[in-house]
Design a protein around this ligand. Sequence first.
Ligand code: DC
Length: 224
Amino acid sequence: MLRNLIVAIDGPVGSGKSTLARRVAELLGYLYIDTGAMYRSVALKALRRGISLEAQEHLTSLAAETRIDLRAQDGTQQVFLDGEDVTAAIRTPEVAQAASKVAVVPGVRRVLVAEQRRAGERGGVVMEGRDIGSVVFPDAQLKIFLTASPEIRAERRWHEHQQKGDGIDLTRTLEEIHERDRRDRERSASPLVRAHDAIVVDSTAMEPEEVARLVLLLVNERGG
Ligand code: DC
């Protein structure tokens, strides 16, 4: 009898988490939950309202009064912020930077982590983020910590921007990656760390499909 596992995928920006989590969820028929999209949604709302990204209490109450729905559609995920489709709007470099600032606020994390636990508690989920294996689901049956070299991660991000027609250059993308890495690792509230029982996978020299197959083997090993 197959079990509905919780698969936690953490790692730095551009390591391939989203591609991996989406593919593994598809292969297993599990729910895919992108927790970064939740931090991005709160950041977008704050930017639109002109709320300072340093105003911790204000940001916490903003998060508490925000409804974020992640809906699976045709193999992709759509993100709704208070009923509005913000799937594309949250993917700009400006929102990415703002999200990493919003994510340092302990109150915001408390609100979003509670929602993430509710969404995943029944299992059968692949959840990706920075603190899924360490904080959100410390008892997850499978934890993957996905990494890749900063240069490869910058290249991947840059390709994504190119495809969307954003004229951002590679050097600037690499700088942004370093900046976000530092902020994600150094914040005191749930920094990006590898959970002690997470399996480290370095995707620098691997094709996305190879990584997905490897994770699938690990899921099968755990009875999922
Ligand atoms: O994965 P992403 O680039 O969409 O995440 C956006 C920001 O949110 C990123 O700076 C890290 C932060 N984040 C976090 O702190 N914890 C999570 N579980 C997910 C994302």
